[in-house]
Design a protein around this ligand. Structure first.
Ligand SMILES: [Fe+2]
Length: 525
């Protein structure tokens, strides 16, 4: 059984769910090469997938209630959504297969993605974002659900005018810090979160709500910006803590599943299990922002509506949902670019890392979500105190204060961090143990924390084995991991990888599943 979920407007994506398991999830920005463009997810799906697959689809769904207009009404107009021809194709397929189209609530879809991609049999589910419409007509930025087996039930849907944490962050990011919250640069709210680690939340404690004053203060000094970010972060953590506590009291549960764009605040998420140690699981799905609505709505149709049983994931639901490229695809892309390459082994690449080289990795299907998790990553030796500046200078061109993340073998977490957490999608920030953090200075943030990716063999076999071998070479079970891009969306195809490699000073490009290595030299500049 095939279900096709799509998300239109912003964070455009589509998902093909086959018997409950996503076989592909793609976001428009990876192909448009502009961050967070507006567009039509149905068009994207029908353009990308072969007709043989589309003809087999039994259900189509949109996880953004109120956004869909029946054929012929082009609500989004200039934004380019909802072309008649694609709606016609969908309707023809549905008629042939006796299928159905579902338009589901925005937060219902977030909540579904969080719960059904987790391994929790029961959970309290909380979604937080900048707002979206539910089927009862309420527009909300905060909802609470209970997940039981293959169903989710609403507990509370707070109207957006009463609570809007995502809106608050967007407002400060744009108006106070002058940063982007959409196309073409993409959302930079994460930058503000990173700044908070350098600030003192007490400086503007009394008047941080005065946005005009904060705009003026932010212009005065960088330290003021850090201090404003710090109080915004502190407020966010306080309010999230209160809300979770309130609902856990009313609906006790050992498991908490979270989604919505605010769940990208990995600093707050990392603290939840210290606030509520009774929680056995704190889980955030890999695509908690609106790019995950196509996944969530399709999962809701499969489990809740069609009553299919839950799926047990080995370790974690895969986030590597992009299309896979063959050896032929890779070699012809290299040949088209007239790039020289050679066959190598993982051991050769480990040696290069040990020699302080910066290496971009291209491995099978891309990871869905905002974080690179080893398949479209730039990796480097975390032991070097100079590595952070080197990567910023050679590749990423971003603010000096932004941290780089560690990928760590899952079983090594307790040796390095103060809490034993599962963070497969880089969803949590926690602190290094004081006695070891000097060993990996390139991945320690100013306050001693890190946004870690915990890696298991089931999650990513190649990456796990590679870090394990790196541990033998270097003595640390940790690699520096940052996304394979330079201010653009994460690379998707072999061509994107080659273009990014050529346009930056990354030392090597390694196509790891086919073990082909490209060296930056005079022939390949
Ligand atoms: Fe959302």
């Amino acid at each position: 059984m095939k279900i096709l979920g799509f998300q239109s407007g912003h964070d455009v994506s589509y998902t093909l769910l086959e018997n409950g398991v996503p076989s592909i999830h793609e976001e428009l920005e990876r192909f448009s090469r502009e961050k967070e463009p507006l567009g039509d997810g149905l068009k994207m799906a029908l353009d990308r997938l072969p007709a043989s697959i589309i003809n087999d689809v039994d259900y189509f769904c949109l996880g953004n209630y109120g956004m869909y207009q029946p054929a012929g009404i082009n609500k989004w107009g200039p934004r380019g959504c909802y072309f008649q021809q694609y709606v016609d194709t969908m309707n023809t397929v549905l008629q042939k297969n006796n299928g159905k189209f579902f338009e589901l609530g925005h937060h219902k879809s977030h909540a579904s993605n969080a719960f059904f991609s987790s391994n929790c049999e029961n959970a309290l589910i909380i979604t937080m974002d900048g707002g979206g419409g539910e089927e009862n007509g309420v527009v909300s930025a905060f909802t609470v659900w209970e997940g039981r087996g293959n169903k989710i039930y609403p507990i509370d849907i707070i109207p957006i005018n009463q609570f809007n944490l995502g809106g608050l962050w967007n407002k400060y990011t744009a108006q106070v810090f002058g940063l982007s919250i959409g196309a073409p640069k993409g959302s930079q709210v994460g930058t503000v979160m990173g700044m908070a680690a350098l600030g003192n939340p007490d400086t503007f404690k009394e008047n941080w709500r005065n946005i005009n004053l904060m705009k003026a203060k932010a212009n005065e000094s960088e330290q003021n910006q850090f201090d404003i970010a710090a109080i915004l972060q502190q407020y966010t953590e306080t309010i999230i803590r209160e809300k979770i506590g309130h609902y856990l009291k009313l609906y006790p549960n050992q498991n908490l599943c979270l989604s919505g764009g605010v769940a990208l605040n990995c600093v707050a998420i990392g603290k939840i299990s210290t606030w509520y140690p009774e929680l056995k699981t704190v889980y955030v799905d890999p695509v908690p922002y609106d790019g995950g609505l196509s996944l969530g709505s399709a999962r809701y149709v499969w489990h809740h509506i069609l009553d299919n049983p839950r799926i047990q994931w080995t370790d974690n639901a895969s986030s590597y949902l992009g299309a896979e490229y063959t050896k032929d695809d890779i070699e012809s892309a290299l040949n088209r670019s007239d790039i020289q390459y050679q066959k190598v082994s993982d051991d050769d690449v480990l040696k290069l890392l040990d020699d302080q080289k910066i290496i971009s990795i291209f491995n099978k299907g891309s990871e869905s979500g905002r974080r690179a998790l080893g398949n479209r990553s730039i990796i480097a030796d975390p032991r070097s105190s100079k590595m952070k500046d080197m990567i910023n200078e050679k590749v990423k061109h971003r603010q000096w204060f932004r941290p780089f993340a560690p990928s760590i073998l899952r079983e090594q977490v307790t040796n390095w961090f103060v809490q034993d957490v599962n963070s497969p999608y880089m969803d949590k920030v926690i602190h290094f143990k004081d006695e070891v953090k000097h060993k990996v200075p390139a991945v320690v943030h100013f306050d001693g924390s890190a946004r870690l990716q915990t890696v298991t063999k089931n999650d990513n076999e190649w990456y796990y084995n590679f870090i394990k071998k790196w541990f033998e070479v270097s003595g640390v079970p940790i690699l520096l991991n940052t996304s394979f891009n330079d201010r653009e969306p994460i690379v998707e195809t072999p061509e994107h990888a080659i273009n990014c490699f050529i346009g930056t000073n990354i030392d090597y490009l390694y196509f790891s599943d086919v073990q082909l290595l490209v060296e930056k030299n005079k022939n390949n500049d």
